[in-house]
Design a protein around this ligand. Structure first.
Ligand code: ADP
Ligand code: MG
Length: 441
C-alpha cells in the first residue's frame, strides 16, 4: 500500500535506528486518508511529535515524488481519536469522494476563540450549521497564520459526513482548470466544482491578474450560488482591496458576509499555546507559556513550530522543558527564520521578476527600471534579513547608508500610495521565502 511504501522509502534514507524507533511504529490509516491526505497513527505523543518535527516535510515530498500529487501528511496519536460532533441527522451519511484535503485536526473544537477571531469563528460556525442558508458567500480575511485555513477546514469537518465538500486553494483550482483545459476534459472539471454542497476556496487573493481563471471561477460561483450551495472564501485582504480582480467578482464576494481575523491578543495567544500543547501531549509550565506568548509574533504557525521543537529537544536530551531551554529555542528559531534568506536570493528573485540582470542591480546604473529594482531589493533585504543599513550599503558599494535609507523611504511611500505596488512587494517576498525554502529541502 502506498502509505507503507512511503515509510519504506523514508527508511532507506535515514539511519536504521531512527527507522526502527519511530517510523516503524507508525500505522497508515487508510480510512482517514485519501488522494491528497495521508494520515498516520503514532503509538504515543512523543513519537507523533518526533515524526512531525523531523520527517513530515520529507514524507510529503516523497508522496509528491511518488504520485505527483501534493499530499498533506498528518500524524495523529493512536488513542486520541479526533472527536466528531454528534449530528442530529440519523440517516446514514453518504460521504463523498470529493471531500478531499480536509485536515481532521482543524476542527471548531480545536479552535481557540478570543476577541480577535470571535466574529469570524461565529460566522464560520453558523455557515457550518446551516450551509447555504445564512451568508453566501462567507468571506474571511486576515494576515498569515491567523487561522483562516483552520476555520475553512472546520466547516468541512463539521459537514464531512453528509455533504459533498470541496476544499481547494485558488491555486489548486487554477491548476485543475488548466489541466482539464489542456486535456479537453473541461466538462469533468465543471461537473466536479459545480456539484458540491460546500465549496471552500482558500487564498483567493491569488486570483489577481489571472483572467481566465477568474472567468471560470465567476461561472462556478454563479452556478453554486443560484443553487443555494454554500461558498466560503479566504484571503489576506477584503475583496475591495484585491488588486487585479474583476469588479463583478469583487461585488459577488461582498454579497454575503465579510469577516476579518485580527492578530490574537496576549490572552488568546496563551490559550492557543495551551491548546496546542494539549493536542500534542506536551507539558509546559505556565511561566513558559506566558513567556512564549509574550515574545512570539502573532503568526500561530510559528508559535506551533516552537512548541514542537521545544518538545523534540527536551525528549532528545531527556530533560524537562525549562525556561532556559524555552529561551534558547525561541532565539534560535528567530535567527533561523532570518538566516535562510540571503541577499543573493533576493537579488535573483527581484531581477527575474522585474526583467533586469542581477549584475545590473548591483551596478551603479541610473536607468529607471534598474533603480527601481535596486530599491525594492533594499527594502526586501531590510524586512527579510537581519542586515543593517550600513551592511546593505556595503553590499551595493554605496558610499554610506543614506542611500539605503532613502531607498527604504521611497518604497514605503509607494506601498502606502499604490495598492498594486504593495501587492507586488508581498508577492516578491512570498517568492523569495519560497525559493529559499525549496533549496534547503
Ligand atoms: P492562515 O490560513 O490564516 O494563514 P492557518 O489556519 O493555517 O492560518 O493557521 C496556522 C496554524 O495556527 C494552524 O496550525 C492553526 O491550527 C493554528 N491556529 C490559528 N488560529 C488558531 C486558533 N484560534 N486556535 C487554535 N489554533 C489556531
Ligand atoms: Mg491559509
Amino acid at each position: 500500500m502506498l502509505g507503507e511504501k512511503i515509510l519504506q522509502m523514508l527508511g532507506d534514507e535515514i539511519p536504521q535506528q531512527e527507522y526502527e524507533r519511530y517510523i516503524k511504529n507508525l500505522d497508515y490509516d487508510e480510512k482517514a486518508s485519501n488522494v491528497d491526505l495521508a494520515v498516520y497513527k503514532a503509538p504515543n505523543p512523543f513519537i507523533a511529535t518526533w515524526v512531525k518535527t523531523k520527517y513530515k516535510k520529507r514524507l510529503e515530498k516523497l508522496f509528491a515524488l511518488e504520485t505527483g500529487i501534493d499530499t498533506e501528511v498528518v500524524i495523529e496519536v493512536q488513542k486520541e481519536k479526533t472527536k466528531r460532533r454528534t449530528k442530529t441527522k440519523s440517516s446514514e451519511p453518504t460521504p463523498s469522494s470529493t471531500s478531499t484535503k480536509i485536515n481532521p485536526t482543524y476542527t471548531f473544537e480545536n479552535f481557540v476563540v478570543g476577541s480577535s477571531n470571535q466574529f469570524a469563528y461565529t460566522a464560520a460556525m453558523s455557515v457550518a450549521e446551516k450551509p447555504g442558508e445564512h451568508y453566501n458567500p462567507l468571506f474571511i480575511y486576515g494576515g498569515v497564520g491567523l487561522g483562516k485555513t483552520h476555520l475553512l477546514h472546520a466547516i468541512g469537518n463539521y459537514n464531512l459526513k453528509d455533504k459533498t465538500i470541496i476544499y481547494a486553494t485558488i491555486e489548486q483550482f487554477m491548476n485543475d482548470f488548466t489541466y482539464h483545459l489542456r486535456n479537453k476534459t473541461i466538462e469533468k472539471f465543471r461537473e466536479k466544482y459545480r456539484n458540491c454542497d460546500i465549496l471552500l476556496i482558500d487564498d483567493v487573493q491569488f486570483l489577481s491578474g489571472k483572467e481566465r481563471t477568474q472567468e471560470e471561477f465567476f461561472h462556478t460561483f454563479n452556478e453554486l450560488h443560484t443553487e443555494r450551495k454554500q461558498i466560503v472564501l479566504t484571503s489576506d485582504q477584503p475583496p475591495k482591496k484585491i488588486a487585479g480582480l474583476e469588479e463583478r467578482l469583487k461585488s459577488r464576494f461582498e454579497w454575503g458576509l465579510i469577516a476579518d481575523i485580527q492578530p490574537p491578543e496576549l490572552e488568546t495567544k496563551i490559550a492557543i499555546i495551551k491548546k496546542k500543547c494539549e493536542l500534542n501531549g506536551i507539558h509546559l509550565d505556565d511561566e513558559i507559556v506566558n513567556y512564549l506568548a509574550a515574545n512570539m509574533d502573532s503568526n500561530i504557525r510559528e508559535i506551533e513550530g516552537v512548541i514542537l521543537k521545544l518538545n523534540a529537544y527536551s525528549t532528545l536530551v531527556n530533560q524537562q522543558i525549562t525556561m532556559e531551554l524555552a529561551k534558547n529555542v525561541l532565539s534560535e528559531q528567530k535567527r533561523e527564520e532570518q538566516k535562510n534568506i540571503t541577499l543573493k536570493d533576493i537579488v535573483d528573485v527581484v531581477a527575474a521578476e522585474l526583467n533586469v540582470k542581477p549584475s545590473e542591480i548591483k551596478s551603479k546604473s541610473r536607468n529607471r527600471q534598474i533603480v527601481s529594482a535596486r530599491r525594492i531589493v533594499i527594502y526586501l533585504a531590510r524586512t527579510l534579513t537581519p542586515n543593517s543599513m550600513p551592511q546593505l550599503a556595503q553590499f551595493f558599494g554605496m558610499k554610506d547608508h543614506t542611500s539605503v535609507s532613502h531607498a527604504m523611504k521611497k518604497v514605503k511611500e509607494m506601498i502606502e500610495e499604490d495598492e498594486n505596488f504593495r501587492l507586488k512587494i508581498d508577492e516578491l517576498a512570498h517568492k523569495i521565502r519560497h525559493a529559499t525554502k525549496n533549496e534547503s529541502e
